[in-house]
Design a binder for this molecule. Structure first.
Ligand code: IMP
Length: 434
């Protein structure tokens, strides 16, 4: 890979998903990490599953930034993240088995919130009570943990250093127990607590920091920071297809909140999208294909959740939704993932507009949940070449180059990276970006 990127020193670059998550952020962060000194996660938690593949190894990260496999790089879990000590310990143990010792290069914000076992129980009880209206949550306790954060009841990583932590924990659990009594939901908290406290003990041995000061200091020292998003823009708590969303700010603004960086300190914004669309869990998905083509995309793209194993819903690229995400994030360059999965389709469709309440519209309307949205498609020629063996962007098939050109024209942004397979090496750099 040529070194063609120009870094924004004194500013943090951001990399985030423009669809419903699972765009391949982990892979690209891993590829870009050599250009940065610091990789920082700013929101979400163990609902994320960032998959990295290299040298025949496949590894899934949930809470830990995707720069962790690069020795000498600093990895920061920002204040906007929610951490489940149980999942976190498993993640650290799995990394240790690969020879990665996180004790040196992983830093955790004291202001990051904790996910308690009772948050997971509340998530499961709430989802079960919703029946067919369920969100399709990953059931990792994300919603209840963020509720306690905004409700000003939450426990933070910094509280682990407090001599009265156990008392604080018991007080919050007592509140949760009262809430759980409102649901018909069986549980045994005693079974869950030992793993939680084991995780807590491990976290206490790690480097807990005031990450907002540390990150701003890194910028002052001229260090290059890459902020790594989780989930996707269309799952944002404010701008996603509410209520079928996650509970954090998944867009660029979430970087400022989740790391303590002022808006003026944001540099390049890399927006990642798949060459088609997927969604896992419930909620509107205008271009979803409930047919053989959808099945084919799922099979070829191995579209099964990295965290839950659930089959992902698949469909064609949705340009109005993509442009919406680009607008919200201030994207400066695009990265297209999984182009190889589209090889072999005679025709490829792209949704260019929606039919909504009898009109043709270009934007994402307010009510995407109760109203019908019918995609208006443009059909394009497909390609049959195996892209996974191509190692130069110039050699991509002409039909794919037309597809890329079409998206660039529609969005007004360059597609600077095209991913043609899951491995680090299957990443084609296309253009120099100033
Ligand atoms: P939660 O964040 O686990 O509560 O899930 C809320 C919604 O976001 C559900 O539809 C999940 O499937 C979806 N979701 C959460 N995290 C991810 C992710 O990392 N990738 C894709 N979908 C996600």
């Amino acid at each position: 890979m040529q070194d063609t990127f120009i870094l924004n020193t004194m500013k943090a670059d951001v990399l985030l998903g423009l669809q419903w998550g699972d765009e391949g952020k982990g892979k690209v962060v891993d590829v870009l990490t050599p250009r940065y000194d610091v990789i920082a996660r700013f929101q979400g938690g163990p609902n994320a599953g960032h998959t990295l593949e290299f040298e025949g190894i496949k590894h899934v990260l949930h809470t830990i930034p995707s720069g962790i496999f690069h020795p000498g790089k600093v990895n920061v879990i920002g204040n906007g993240v929610v951490i489940d000590p149980v999942v976190f310990k498993k993640e650290i143990d799995a990394l240790a088995q690969r020879g990665v010792d996180v004790k040196k290069n992983l830093f955790i914000s004291r202001k990051a919130h904790l996910i308690l076992p009772t948050h997971r129980l509340l998530d499961a009880a709430s989802e079960a009570s919703k029946g067919t209206a369920k969100i399709g949550s990953t059931l990792k306790g994300i919603g209840p943990a963020y509720m306690d954060k905004t409700g000003r009841n939450g426990l933070r990583i910094g509280d682990l250093e407090h001599p009265q932590f156990r008392k604080m924990y018991d007080t919050l659990v007592a509140k949760h127990t009262e809430l759980l009594a409102h649901y018909e939901y069986d549980y045994n908290l005693e079974d869950l607590e030992p793993a939680f406290f084991e995780g807590v003990e491990l976290i206490k041995q790690l480097k807990l920091i005031d990450s907002e000061y540390r990150l701003n200091q890194y910028l002052d020292e001229g260090k290059a920071i890459l902020a790594e998003g989780a989930q996707g823009s269309l799952l944002d708590i404010d701008f996603g297809s509410y209520p079928f969303v996650t509970s954090s700010h998944t867009i660029t603004a979430g970087t400022c909140i989740g790391l303590g960086l002022a808006p003026g300190k944001i540099g390049e914004v890399y927006g990642i999208f798949k060459a088609y669309c997927t969604r896992v869990g419930s909620g509107p998905f205008p271009t979803e294909l409930n047919d053989a083509t959808g099945e084919e995309l799922r099979a070829k793209g191995h579209e099964f959740g990295a965290t839950t194993g659930r089959p992902r819903r698949c469909g064609w690229l949705d340009l109005p939704a993509l442009k919406y995400a680009i607008m919200l994030n201030g994207v400066t360059q695009l990265i297209m993932m999984k182009s190889d999965v589209l090889s072999g389709f005679d025709k490829i469709k792209v949704c260019t507009q929606y039919k909504y309440r009898g009109e043709i519209i270009d934007h994402v309307p307010y009510d995407v949940v109760n109203e019908e949205i019918v995609p208006v498609y443009e059909e394009m020629k497909g390609w049959s070449e195996d892209l996974m063996v191509i190692n130069d962007a110039e050699q991509l098939p002409a039909a794919l180059l037309s597809y890329i050109d079409y998206i660039e024209q529609a969005t007004g942004l360059p597609i600077t990276i095209v991913s043609v397979g899951p491995d680090r090496k299957q990443t084609l750099i296309r253009k120099v970006v100033a």
